[in-house]
Design a protein around this ligand. Sequence first.
Ligand code: PLP
Length: 430
Amino acid sequence: MSLRERSATDAVLEARARYVAAGVSTPPLVVARAEGARIEDVDGREYVDFAGGLGCQNAGHGLPAAVAAIHEQVDRYLHQCFMVGMYEPYVELCRRLAELSPCRSGEQKSVLVNSGAEAVENAVKIARAATGRPAVVVFDRAFHGRTLLTMTMTSKVTYKRGFGPFAPEVYRAPAPYPYRGVTTDDAIDGLETLFRSEIDPEAVACVVLEPVQGEGGFIPMPRDFPPRLRALCGRHGIVYVDDEIQSGVGRTGPVWAIEHFGVEPDLLVSGKSLGGGLPLAAVTGPAEIVDAVAPGGLGGTFGGNPAACAAALAVLDEVVTEPFQRRARELGDRIGAALEGIAGRVEAVGEVRGLGPMQALELVEDRATKAPAGALAAATTAAARERGLLLLSCGLHGNVVRILVPLVISDDDLERGLELLEESLVAAAA
Ligand SMILES: Cc1ncc(COP(=O)(O)O)c(C=O)c1O
C-alpha cells in the first residue's frame, strides 16, 4: 500500500464508493472548477477538456453571458412551475427555438422539459397524438435515453441489461454505417422490409433518427439517407423526429446538424448544450403537430426552469453568430486533419469520421478484419486522463474515441489536446 498522503481526489472517491450507486459509472476525476475548455480537479491538476460534460458545453464551461443571465435570473426568482405561474424566459426561449427551427413550415411551437430522454418521450407522445398511431421506429446503434421508453429505443445492452420488460411498439431498422458496409440503400431496404415483415407503416407514429449517431459511435448519416427517410415518412404520414440532443446547438457547426442535409424534419428534440450546463431540453415543431396534444397532456414540475431558460437564451445568442460558427468549422477542419494524421501513423485507427467538429476515431484490432478494439479505446481514455486530457469513448463495442470539445477552445489547448490524444493512443497500443 502506498504511504503517500491521501489526496482530495482519494477522499471523494472513497465517499463516492460508499454513498453513490454503483450503477452510475464514473472516472477517477473530481472537478473543482472549469472554464472554457479547461478543467481543474480538486488536487489542482489541469485538464484539456475534449468531453465537454458529455456534449453539454458546446459554448464553453462558464460562457460569461450565460453565467450572467443565470445570476440575474437567480436574483429575481427561481422555480415557479410553468403550469402554476408562467414566466417570460420560458416563452422567450420557445420564441427563439421557433425562429431557429429546422422543421417543416408552419408556426413553430415548443415544450420545455428537463432532460434529453424526457424530450424524446414527449416527441413520441406528440407524434402518437398527432397521428393516432402507436408504433415508433428507431435505428441500429441509436441512443435516445435511459427512461423506460427511451431505453427501449436505445440500442445497447449495457444500458438495458436486467431492466426489462421493455416498452411495446418500438421497432428497429438498420442505419447506414459505411465503414462496416451498410449503405443508404441497405438501410432503406431494411426499413422497407421492416414495413412488410413487422409493422404496417400506416401504424407508425414516428421514426427517430440522430443525424450523427452519438453514443452509437459518432457515425454521420450519409448525405442521402435523411432525405430518403424524409420522403418515405412523407409517403406514409409518419412523423420524422430529428434527435439533435448530442449533435445540435452548434456541435457540428450550424445550430442543427440536420442543416447539413437539406432536410426539414417534423419534430426536433434538443437538449444537452441548450441549457449551457443547466438541465433543459425541448421538443419543437409546427403547431399542426405539437398542438395535437390537448392542454394538460404535456408538462412537468420543473420543465423549463427559469434559470435554465435564461442560460439557453444566452447560449443560442452565441451559437448563431458567424464568429462562433466560423470557429466551429475551423475546429472541424483542424481536428479532422489532425485525426487523419494520427490515422496515418497509428495502425489501430480504422476510420476517422465526423461532421464539422463532431469527430471521432474508430479503433480496430486489425484494419483488414476491422475487429473492434474496445479495450484499446478504454486504455486510451485512461492514459489521456493521466496525461491531462479528458476524452470519451462510445460505440456498441466502446471502440470509438470521440471529441466533444467545447468550441471555444484556444489553438494552444487544441494542439496540446490532440498531441496528448496521439501520445495516449500510442502508449495504450504499445
Ligand atoms: C442523441 C441523444 N438522445 C437522447 C439522449 C438522452 O439525453 P439525457 O441524457 O439528457 O436524457 C442523449 C444523451 O446522450 C443523446 O445523445
